[in-house]
Design a protein around this ligand. Structure first.
Ligand SMILES: [Zn+2]
Ligand SMILES: [Zn+2]
Length: 346
């Protein structure tokens, strides 16, 4: 069967090649589509990723949508499903409690990223515990389930942190209008909040379709827009991450979902960190990966958003190409790109 593989650490080593079909116990899945994100791009550039033990190459792809190939383990042939990404390190409290998203050692593995083959291949075998059912009504839009699960975890943690004291969040800011930014805005809108999305682009029809206000940071100073009860940073800019703390209202919470791995130094005003943050009970925190329950609530949220904000999710999946056109998907920056291996009804 065909798979998209890379040699981790080697730039431009991505290629479609024949690999062995999986065998053994588990739920056999036919992969329909995989989403591509910045992590895949970094892996293909040789900056990230680790091959499975004893292997030279890694099958990439961690944003999956698949169809069950045969009955068993509580699933029926034809069911649409997604598979979660991270697996237990096997020796920490959090992983022991089924929360590898909170792994305390960093020794976890991740499909398509770290020491586990990914989903950009025709067939995969998965343990039933790591499979999330997808409603028929959501269909191929469920390829957004993985990035949505990241946002669901971030928002869940923000609301949990905020709720440590009496607090009702009403206004939210999301910086960055990529998939993670827009899906975060979607979740905050579903929570009933007034949401502002800020990014470099001139406009965002998707943000507007989600009922959010959109502002371009080229023409608008974020400092004039606050204060906000929740800020989600999804642009991956360290300075914006620190700036988030200064945009918060009393008891506000700023959640960092983007990654900025560049060398540099971000700055913050003494008054914001030394006084306002203390006197106004503000919090800045980071969030990565997702718990199984974030997948389940994320899938529910996507299906609600599909009805509540017609056309927005369809527009977010901006490029769908077959597996062998992966280079186009990696080079694309106008929304979520996906690699299509099979159609849901094929
Ligand atoms: Zn991703
Ligand atoms: Zn662990």
């Amino acid at each position: 069967m065909q798979a998209l593989t890379v040699e981790p650490g080697v730039a431009h080593s991505a290629r479609v090649e024949e690999v062995d079909e999986p065998s053994g116990d588990g739920v056999l899945l036919r992969v329909l589509e995989v989403g591509v994100c910045g992590t895949d791009r970094e892996i293909s550039e040789g900056l990230y990723g680790v091959a499975p033990k004893g292997e030279q190459r890694l099958v990439i792809g961690h944003e999956s949508l698949a169809r069950v190939e045969r009955d068993g383990h509580g699933f029926s042939k034809g069911d649409l499903v997604c598979a979660t990404v991270r697996r237990s390190c096997g020796h920490c409290l959090a992983c022991g409690e089924g929360a590898p998203d909170s792994c305390l050692t960093g020794d976890y593995t991740e499909h398509g990223i770290t020491r586990l083959d990914g989903f950009a291949c025709e067939l995969v075998l998965e343990h039933p515990d790591f499979i999330v059912p997808i409603p028929r009504s959501l269909g191929r839009l469920a390829v957004l389930a993985e990035p949505t699960s990241i946002c669901t975890r971030g928002v869940r943690h923000a609301l949990t942190i905020g709720a440590r004291q009496p607090w009702v969040p009403k206004r939210a800011l999301v910086t960055g209008a990529g998939a993670v930014g827009l899906l975060s805005a979607m979740l905050l809108r579903l929570e009933g909040m007034e949401v502002c999305v800020a990014s470099l682009e001139e406009s965002s029809s998707i943000a507007e379709a989600l009922g959010a206000e959109y502002v371009s940071t080229r023409s608008t100073d974020l400092a004039g827009l606050g204060p906000f009860d929740i800020v989600v940073e999804a642009a991956g800019v360290a300075q914006l991450m620190l700036d988030g703390l200064g945009l918060l209202a009393r008891s506000g919470v700023c959640c960092l979902l983007g990654i900025d791995g560049r060398d540099g130094t971000a700055q913050i005003a003494d008054k914001v960190i030394g006084s306002d943050t203390v006197l106004e009970n503000r919090v800045l925190f980071g969030s990565v990966n997702a718990h199984h329950r974030d997948w389940v609530t994320g899938v529910e949220a996507l299906d609600r958003a599909r009805q509540q904000f017609p056309g927005a999710l369809e527009e977010l999946i901006a490029l769908r190409v077959p597996l062998d056109r992966f280079e186009e998907a990696f080079a694309f920056h106008g929304g979520k790109a996906t690699l299509v291996l099979a159609e849901p009804d094929s």
